[in-house]
Design a protein around this ligand. Structure first.
Ligand code: HEM
Length: 228
């Protein structure tokens, strides 16, 4: 019997909307000197979120696991062709085309964050800065494709996929539901992100937020030790 069943656990939903928010904040503050710290903190949060998602993709609930949805380009092409038919293939978890976008978003997100970190640390010079910008633009294009894919899939299957990413529920056979939302893991994730972000903003992690000053301070202290 088809009814409303839990498909997306809470950590996956918290991850999704926090990733979207941190990407949006990083994008909006990218060009601003005044909000440089906010840009850097949202970049670190994006990296931490991706780190969590890699872990959750291995040990999370059924539809959150990479093994349950990563299928490759042939399956993605087959799914996209099926969208043109009267009865498109339906997937309770991520469809194979969404999976390709998701893997690329995670990869681009990680590379954008890492090259941003490197530029901020003054590693790699102008080339790394250019790469960081190029990767961020590629990610923005992919986000646009991702949102378009969500709209088309929602329309073809007559189901609101964005709402499902908020509530966790989709229509499906009762035995296919996940048994638990894993609320505790989601609370731990939010707490860890809040503590990390808060400490960064308050300057408690100087090597991350002001790497050049932190290195200068270390060198200065070392010179003092040598003089003594
Ligand atoms: C208004 C904006 C957005 C909407 C409505 C949206 C909606 C969705 C939906 C419905 C899914 C599940 C797709 C499926 O059913 O297979 C999804 C997955 C995903 N989206 Fe978005 N998305 C948005 C923005 C973003 C942004 C900005 C990013 C990245 C920066 C992003 C990254 C992802 C990722 C990584 C997943 C996989 C979730 C997981 O399994 O952990 N999304 N999104």
């Amino acid at each position: 019997m088809i009814r409303s069943i839990l498909v997306w656990d809470l950590p996956t939903r918290v991850f999704h909307w926090s990733l979207a928010a941190s990407f949006a904040v990083a994008l909006i503050t990218a060009e601003s000197e005044r909000f440089r710290d906010v840009h850097v903190v949202s970049g670190y949060l994006l990296l931490a979120l991706i780190g969590f998602r890699l872990f959750w993709g291995l040990v999370g609930s059924r539809y959150a696991r990479f093994a349950s949805f990563v299928r490759g380009p042939v399956a993605a092409a087959r799914y996209l062709c099926s969208l043109l038919t009267r009865h498109p293939d339906h997937h309770l978890g991520h469809n194979p085309a969404a999976a390709v976008a998701i893997v690329l978003l995670l990869l681009l997100g990680a590379l954008t964050g890492l090259t941003g970190w490197m530029s901020f640390d003054d590693l790699g010079g102008e080339a790394v800065k250019e790469l960081h910008e190029g990767l961020a633009n590629a990610m923005l294009a992919l986000v646009a494709i991702h949102v378009l894919g969500v709209i088309v899939s929602s329309w073809r299957h007559r189901e609101n996929l964005a709402r499902a990413m908020i509530t966790g529920y989709k229509n499906g056979p009762a035995p296919e539901a996940i048994p638990r939302a894993h609320g505790i893991i989601a609370v731990l994730l939010v707490a860890a992100l809040a503590i990390f972000g808060w400490n960064l903003m308050r300057g408690k992690l100087p090597s991350l937020l002001d790497p050049i000053a932190a290195t200068a301070e270390k060198t200065h202290a070392k010179h003092h030790e040598d003089d003594d």
